[in-house]
Design a protein around this ligand. Sequence first.
Ligand SMILES: NC(=O)c1ccc[n+]([C@@H]2O[C@H](COP(=O)([O-])OP(=O)(O)OC[C@H]3O[C@@H](n4cnc5c(N)ncnc54)[C@H](O)[C@@H]3O)[C@@H](O)[C@H]2O)c1
Ligand SMILES: N[C@H](CO)Cc1c[nH]c[nH+]1
Ligand SMILES: [Zn+2]
Length: 429
Amino acid sequence: MKKIYSPDRSEWNRILERPTQTVADIEQTVEAIFKEVRANGDATLRKYTEKFDGVVLENIVVSEDEIEEASALVSQELKDAIQLAKNNIEVFHKAQKTSKVSVETANGVQCWQEKRPIQKVGLYIPGGTAPLFSTILMLAVPATIAGCEELVLCSPPNKEGKINPAILYTANLCGVTKIFKAGGIQAIASMAFGTESIPQVYKIFGPGNQFVTVAKQIATKHGVSIDMPAGPSELLVLADDSANAAFVASDLLSQAEHGVDSQVVLVSTSKDMIDAVEKEVEKQLQKLPRKEIAEKAIANSKLIYVEDDRTANDLINAYGPEHYIVCVENEDFFVDNIKNAGSVFIGNYTPESAGDYASGTNHTLPTNGYAKQYSGVNLDSFMKSMTFQKISETGIKEIGAAIEIMAEAEGLEAHKNAVTLRLNSLNNG
Ligand SMILES: NC(=O)c1ccc[n+]([C@@H]2O[C@H](COP(=O)([O-])OP(=O)(O)OC[C@H]3O[C@@H](n4cnc5c(N)ncnc54)[C@H](O)[C@@H]3O)[C@@H](O)[C@H]2O)c1
Ligand SMILES: N[C@H](CO)Cc1c[nH]c[nH+]1
Ligand SMILES: [Zn+2]
């Protein structure tokens, strides 16, 4: 990890640059695969599954038998843990329901706003380096609470042409029945355009590596919307001397082990804490089964010393981390003043892993600085807000003249006429 002391503000962007490829880097590859999928559907999906996942697919659609077999391969202990996590995620996302907003803006003019579910949604479940079955809970649970009608799930197959049993078990538990063996760019393209096997959807959700993330961004040019760019995992920990260095190191490593392009950062006003965390990271790293991956991510990561709380807070807002752990005595100041972060974890006993799995919050979150403008997945992500209005005879008399004047000023006579006809009919009647 690179130690940086009191960096000048002008250097912050450079120091905190993400190791991730962006749209510009892989746009051409993505567009070429999109074009092929659009033209040749399943045949292209098979071709790129062979190329990128190294498997010749027998079937793209997961069968009922495969789902049944998978359930038998998942231990009761894991099933119970998944159930506990599902319950908490349901509680938190059900609590996000809001009632309709209705107001009489002028005498006889009633306006209201209601939410309606997005009918067809695509759920991407990462499976390249680890089978992230927890992501199904994060997507299928809110989609179901929202009332989405069609849930389409894609996840990359392994070398045997199968999807991990825990993914199939969790999908089935969440009532997802349309499950397809498709990963990466080819999966996103398939959901964007539809193929012989995979239905086209209106909005694509879910995290993934840089190829998945850029493919989702490109999909928006082809009429599909997305939750947000949710790419390689990131964590920023803010710690002072009240933090536990071993806990902090374990949190940094928890996100470093996701992928070589994960980014983890420690910000501290204590040089002693920085040194202690560095030692702990080195110690804990040796014991990790995914040491090789975590080591590469850690090599890219930063330990940053800043002189005071205000500078620390400004730097964190300039970075906009996906996950932000606050482990300092002065926690209220930082919690009150965070403007850009996907999800915030407060105190020594709130590991980021809790949000990844079981506390109830959603782990599908904006990365690469997109926390500055995007929310993480939540119940509203699966809904659209629609407005309604009903205007009475009194109401049109109340606002009609203003509409006529404004329409005329914009040179739109037909607009004006739609009001004038009604006012005349009321005046003549
Ligand atoms: N931001 C979030 O909310 C969030 C949540 C969970 C996971 N994540 C991130 O998701 C990612 C999961 O990545 P993963 O790789 O394990 O699984 P993945 O399913 O996202 O990607 C695997 C697919 O990538 C494609 N691929 C691999 N190499 C390629 C290449 N050279 N060219 C084109 N396509 C290629 C393959 O088709 C493969 O199926 C990690 O980076 C993790 O940090 C983010
Ligand atoms: N930390 C990931 C979000 O960046 C989510 C996840 C799933 N499983 C474990 N972690
Ligand atoms: Zn994680």
